[in-house]
Ligand binder design. Structure first.
Ligand code: ADP
Ligand code: 3PG
Ligand code: MG
Length: 394
C-alpha cells in the first residue's frame, strides 16, 4: 500500500508540490476541447485546500519544443479560478527566487499554478539538478498525475526521490479500480481491443488471456490476427513483424479454452479505384483495404458483449475519425454502455469515441490514462507509483 495524501498530517502552512496531469486535448488554435483531466484532479486539490496547505500545482501540456505560447498553462488557471473555492495564482516559471517569493506571499489554503514544466527540456530528461531546484520550493511531493505515471520525468519521478511523498486521490482511485478489474474480474470478462498500435499493445492481449474469458479484436489490430489465422486481408494494414506472435497468441488461447473473436466482414474500399466507393465484404481480397468492421461482425461482437459481466475496452474498431468508417466503433460503444457489465474504457481515441457516441455517462470507469492505463494493466504497476513511499501500517 502506498502512502496517500490523507496520510500526510499537519499540513497547515506547508507547501505541497502537487503533480497533476492537465495535458488536455487542444485544437489547432490552442482551444481546450475536453476538461475531464482537470475535473478529475479537483478532489485532491480541494482536500489540500481544506487542510490549509499552500498548493503548488505542476503539470505538462503537450510535447512543446521550448516555450510555445499555445501550450501555456495560463488558460487552465482561469478554469481553476471558477472550479476552486479559494484564490488561484499563476506564475510563468517553475523554479527560482520569483517562485519562492510568490509561494511565501500566497495564503494558506491557496493555489499557485506553475507554467508548463515541459517548456524545460530537463523535465523529460529527468534531470536531477532541475528536480532539486523544484524540490527546494516545497515540503511534500504528492503525485496525482496517473496519465503520465509511466514516464520517468523530473517532476513525476525525480521529485519523489528527493522529497517526502504520497500519491493523490485520483491516482489511488485509478490504481484501485484497474487492479480490481484485472485481479478480481467479474466473469464473463470480455476484453475489446482495436486501434492501430499493434506492436505496442499485442503484449496486452497475451497478458489478458490470463483473466479475460474472451477477447474481441477489431480495428487495424484485427488484420494482423486474420493473416495469422490464414485469412486474406487484401491491402489492409498488417504488422508483418507481429504475425508470428499473433499466431502464438491464437494457439495459446485455443489451448486454454479462451475465445478470441475476429471480424467476419468488413467495410472496405478498393485502394486502386478512381472513385473510392465503400463496400461491405466478408473477404478482403486484391486491392481492398478494411477500415471498419461490417454489420455481421457488429452483431457477433454485440452478442458477446451482451453476456459480459465486465468489459475492458481500448482502441477504436475502425478508422472512426471518418464518418463512413465510424459505425462499428459507435455501435460497439453503445453496446458496451448499454450492457449490464461493469465497463472500463481507457485510451485517448477510445474515450473520444465514447464521447462521439454520447454514452460517456453510462461507462463505469473512464480512465484518465492512455498509455499509462495500458502499461498499468500489462505490468501491474507503474514506475512513478513504485517510487512513492509505502504506507506505515500501525
Ligand atoms: P487509443 O488512443 O484509444 O489507445 P489507438 O491510438 O491505439 O487508440 O488507435 C486509434 C487509431 O486507430 C485511430 O486513429 C484509428 O483511425 C485507427 N484505426 C482503427 N481501425 C483502423 C483501420 N481498420 N485502419 C486504419 N486505422 C485504424
Ligand atoms: C497522456 O496524454 O497520455 C499523458 O499526459 C502523457 O503524455 P505524453 O504521451 O506526451 O508523455
Ligand atoms: Mg490514440
Amino acid at each position: 500500500m502506498k502512502r496517500t495524501v490523507k496520510d500526510l498530517i499537519n499540513l497547515e502552512g506547508k507547501v505541497v508540490l502537487l503533480r497533476v496531469d492537465f495535458n488536455v486535448p487542444l485544437d489547432d488554435g490552442g482551444k481546450i476541447l475536453d476538461t475531464t483531466r482537470i475535473k478529475q484532479s479537483l478532489p485532491t486539490i480541494k482536500y489540500l485546500i481544506k487542510q490549509k496547505a499552500k498548493v503548488v500545482l505542476i503539470s505538462h501540456l503537450g510535447r512543446p519544443q521550448g516555450f510555445e505560447i499555445r501550450k501555456s498553462l495560463w488558460p487552465i488557471a482561469l478554469i481553476l479560478i471558477n472550479a476552486l473555492p479559494t484564490s488561484v495564482h499563476f506564475i510563468n516559471k517553475v523554479y527560482g527566487e520569483d517562485v519562492k517569493k510568490r509561494i511565501d506571499e500566497i495564503g494558506n489554503g491557496e493555489v499557485l499554478l506553475l507554467e508548463n514544466v515541459r517548456f524545460y527540456k530537463e523535465e523529460v530528461e529527468c534531470d536531477m539538478e532541475f528536480a532539486k531546484k523544484i524540490a527546494s520550493l516545497g515540503d511534500y511531493f504528492v503525485n496525482d498525475a496517473f496519465g503520465v505515471a509511466h514516464r520517468k520525468h523530473a517532476t513525476t519521478y525525480g521529485l519523489a526521490r528527493l522529497m517526502p511523498n504520497a500519491i493523490g486521490m485520483l491516482m489511488e482511485k485509478e490504481v484501485q479500480a484497474l487492479s480490481e478489474a484485472v485481479e478480481n474480474p467479474k466473469h464473463p470478462f470480455v476484453f475489446v481491443i482495436g486501434g492501430a498500435k499493434v506492436e505496442g499493445k499485442i503484449n496486452l492481449i497475451l497478458k489478458l488471456l490470463d483473466s479475460a474469458d474472451s477477447i474481441i479484436i477489431g480495428g487495424a489490430m484485427a488484420y494482423t490476427f486474420l493473416v495469422a489465422s490464414g485469412v486474406a486481408v487484401g491491402e489492409s494494414k498488417v504488422y508483418d513483424e507481429s504475425v508470428a506472435y499473433a499466431r502464438d497468441i491464437l494457439n495459446i488461447a485455443k489451448e486454454r479454452g479462451k475465445k478470441i473473436i475476429l471480424p467476419v466482414d468488413h467495410v472496405c474500399i478498393h485502394a486502386n479505384a478512381k472513385r473510392k466507393k465503400v463496400v461491405v465484404a466478408s473477404e478482403i481480397v486484391d486491392d481492398m483495404v478494411g477500415y471498419d468492421i461490417g454489420p455481421k461482425t457488429i452483431e457477433l461482437f454485440k452478442e458477446e458483449i451482451q453476456h459480459a459481466q465486465q468489459i475492458l475496452w481500448n482502441g477504436p474498431l475502425g478508422k472512426y475519425e471518418e464518418a463512413k468508417f465510424a459505425k462499428g466503433t459507435i455501435e460497439i460503444a453503445k453496446a458496451i454502455a448499454n450492457s449490464n457489465a461493469y465497463s472500463i474504457v481507457g485510451g485517448g481515441d477510445s474515450v473520444s469515441a465514447i464521447k462521439m457516441a454520447k454514452v460517456e455517462k453510462k461507462i463505469n470507469l473512464i480512465s484518465t490514462g492512455g498509455g499509462a492505463t495500458l502499461k498499468f494493466i500489462e505490468q501491474g504497476s507503474l514506475p512513478c507509483i513504485d517510487v512513492i513511499q509505502d504506507r506505515i501500517e500501525i
